[in-house]
Design a protein around this ligand. Sequence first.
Ligand code: IMP
Ligand code: MG
Length: 175
Amino acid sequence: MAEKIKVLISEEEVNERIEALGKKISEDYAGKQIHLICVLKGGVFFMCELAKRITIPVSMDFMSVSSYGDGTSSSGVVKIAKDLDESLEGKEVIVVEDIIDSGRTLSYLLEILKKRGPKSMGLCTLLDKPDRRVKDVKVDYVGFEIPDEFVVGYGLDYAQKYRNLPYIGVVEGVE
Ligand code: IMP
Ligand code: MG
């Protein structure tokens, strides 16, 4: 059966929510400068759209991690495939993620980044699957809580496909 994508969250809904998150972050950090960290590749669409809607000064950096796992679940042991270019020392950091699933990757990553001396460390995710949580992570900003379904679009992939969809969808027809 061919894969089909069912829309879960429309482009309009995603855009509205990102607008609201940008406004909230701008208010919460008023008078400060934020350093956004994108976890590649999934977080890239969300971080760019979010950054465009933040009205206070922003700087950005990117990192890429791979988690040792069996393919379908992450082990929580994270290998840094591409590290940040800049130091976090004294910065108001917000890590931007596409989705928090088990929470293993993020909790490990946050431990590493906290040791680099940021002034503060926040976490913003477009999607959250709270039912799947194994490791407790404190999430400061959530776009949408979603049920335990495999989603694609807005940076999220299925076998590297569908990242470019401007909405969040569920893949149907996968064996
Ligand atoms: P975890 O929170 O350590 O389990 O792993 C989170 C990572 O798994 C995310 O950053 C995604 O790359 C990937 N992931 C989890 N759920 C989904 C999904 O529904 N679609 C696409 N990728 C997902
Ligand atoms: Mg990710």
